[in-house]
Design a binder for this molecule. Structure first.
Ligand code: URA
Length: 244
């Protein structure tokens, strides 16, 4: 049995919260009867569930790795009407959501899916999915600052959890560093380096958990095969079991 609003969301009707509203508006019928009760549960295998006269079936799960280019937003809606990552996906029927964000001017790996359970695991700091970024800085961080960044550095929303930072090269006054973090606070990498007195000139996410950008170019994406998706889910869920 499953709560009706969850089932609606799983069918791609809207977000869970929106689906609660849709139910309260009397737009959903289960086996011919209009349901407005918030906690109503259904049997997705047996019940006939209609939204506005349209029968609902759970969406097929889809898992997408996108190379988000700079100059597009990773939100599903944008009040300023800028290019959105979902505008880059062609011919995908399912409603997918970005798992975690990248800033408008950041690029790199963005994972999109309609699998809410897996998405929750991937963004929850408790499960510590590692994210790897390459950042171009205006100057090399000193030894002390590198240590502070790695131990945890104080930001205005609290101290960060430990990270790993490696200077990769330094040329013409610019420095390329790799940083590995497990959290996903807003503008986190930029704020961490800023707290260490450095400016991030370019930021690219290259890894998220077991997912990698591979040969993708900006704006390109790939849909995971069923086998890859199964491996991803299994790997992440198994890891979580150890930590939960
Ligand atoms: N940290 C940032 O500062 N920006 C991003 O886009 C991602 C991580």
């Amino acid at each position: 049995m499953e709560r009706l609003h969850k089932f609606l969301a799983r069918c791609g009707a809207a977000s869970r919260r929106e689906c609660e509203k849709i139910i309260s508006q009397g737009r959903v019928r289960v086996n011919g009867k209009t349901i407005i009760e918030p906690g109503f549960t259904v049997d997705p295998e047996k019940d006939k569930i209609f939204l506005d006269e349209k029968i609902l079936k759970p969406e097929e799960k889809i898992y997408i790795i996108l190379f988000k280019p700079r100059g597009c937003v990773s939100t599903v809606k944008d009040p300023q009407n800028r290019l959105k990552v979902i505008d880059l996906l062609k011919g995908i029927k399912q409603r997918v959501y970005p798992v975690g964000r990248l800033d408008y001017d950041s690029e790199g790996l963005l994972f999109l899916t309609n699998d809410g359970e897996l998405a929750n695991f991937m963004i929850h700091p408790r499960y510590e999915v590692e994210k790897v970024y390459l950042a171009v800085l205006d100057n090399i961080p000193g030894k002390n600052d590198l240590e502070r960044l790695q131990r945890g550095i104080m930001l205005d929303d609290g101290k960060t959890s430990p990270s790993r930072v490696k200077v990769i090269n330094e040329a013409a006054g610019k420095v390329l560093v790799e940083i590995r973090i497990h959290e996903g606070r807003k503008h986190q990498v930029k704020r961490m380096f800023e707290a260490a007195g450095r400016k991030v000139l370019n930021l690219k996410r290259v890894k998220m958990g077991p997912l990698e950008l591979g040969r993708l170019k900006p704006g390109e994406y790939k849909i995971l095969s069923e086998k890859e998706a199964e491996e991803l889910k299994k790997g992440i869920m198994d890891e979580h079991k150890g930590k939960a």
